[in-house]
Ligand binder design. Structure first.
Ligand SMILES: NC(=O)c1ccc[n+]([C@@H]2O[C@H](COP(=O)([O-])OP(=O)(O)OC[C@H]3O[C@@H](n4cnc5c(N)ncnc54)[C@H](OP(=O)(O)O)[C@@H]3O)[C@@H](O)[C@H]2O)c1
Length: 267
């Protein structure tokens, strides 16, 4: 069994009825009825992607068990996980389920979902403008809602696996993420986890769609040289004029790793 996280600070937050083993490890965790939260692991020097290398998150976290536990727990709390196609392409073989990242607590994750009245596993939502997807990716074979533009849908044609649903929104070059989240809420998906990369996260912040960020600081320095290595947000500039200031909601420690939770709105 994983050693418990050390709670350094915690505000007054919603409290889900976590099964004993999950509560023993993490402590309290819960969300408001309608929320969008994201989860990132970053190096000490702010790197979350490693150029063309696959599975940047795993490399940056060193597959640290407590980080994988938290990934699983955050997935277990959600109605659906939202990613951009960049993250799908960069993570071959991945499944965005709680059990995939922390199999030994799969039963407890399912029990939590059942207590919350959620389906056995969270859904997966993939955003793409280009329509350039690996149609054999196991996450697509398993089933996902793929949301794209009219031209993306043309490119995809009928190549998605049967378990997927293709949703076409708008005629523009890219999706309006406000419309995307409204569509998901209209389907009863109210508690949404974004595991999208820096581009999706940038748009969500710019459009005021992101309520909370879970940020793991891994005790490693990644460095930057020739290839682009992004921080948590790419494609928009916020400071100095529009800095997205947040409130610290909780801080935990596990070994040499820090686990921070920030809120962009009052929760
Ligand atoms: N360290 C971590 O915790 C962490 C977490 C997540 C991801 N990552 C890493 O982040 C890297 C990927 O970064 P990324 O920024 O490319 O990922 P991303 O934001 O998940 O994906 C970007 C892609 O999503 C699609 N997209 C985004 N906004 C869209 C919009 N408004 N309308 C239509 N499609 C839209 C586009 O796909 P198309 O190009 O198909 O049009 C775009 O190229 C990977 O290396 C991954 O491992 C790291």
């Amino acid at each position: 069994m994983l050693a418990p996280f050390e709670v350094l600070f915690e505000g007054n937050l919603p409290d889900y009825p976590l099964p004993t083993d999950l509560k023993h490890v993490y402590g309290r965790l819960g969300f408001s009825a309608r929320v969008v939260y994201s989860n990132f692991v970053s190096s000490v020097d702010g790197v979350v992607t490693l150029g063309s290398k696959p599975s940047a998150g795993s490399v940056i976290s060193g597959k640290y068990p407590a980080d994988r536990f938290l990934m699983g727990l955050l997935r277990a709390c959600s109605d659906a996980v939202v990613i951009g196609a960049g993250t799908l392409r960069a993570t071959p073989g991945h499944l965005w389920t709680p059990a995939h990242v922390y199999p030994s607590l799969a039963t407890e994750f399912t029990a939590l979902r059942s207590r919350l009245g959620r389906s056995a596993e969270p859904g997966l939502v993939v955003l793409t403008a280009s329509g350039e997807l690996d149609f054999k990716h196991p996450a697509l074979t398993k089933g996902a809602i793929v949301i794209t533009t009219a031209s993306g849908a043309k490119k995809i044609g009928d190549r998605l696996p049967r378990a997927c649903e293709l949703v076409t929104m708008g005629k523009g070059k890219s999706l309006d993420l406000g419309d995307v989240f409204a569509e998901l809420r209209g389907r009863g998906l109210a508690v949404l986890l974004s595991e999208g990369g820096p581009h999706v996260t940038g748009q969500m912040l710019e459009d005021g769609l992101l309520d909370e960020v879970f940020l793991t600081i891994s005790p490693v320095v990644a460095g930057r040289a020739d290839e682009p290595r992004f921080g948590m947000v790419e494609g928009i500039e916020l400071l100095p004029a529009k800095g997205a200031w947040s409130k610290l909601l909780s801080a935990r420690k596990h070994g040499d790793y820090l686990f921070l939770r920030y809120g962009f709105r009052n929760v």
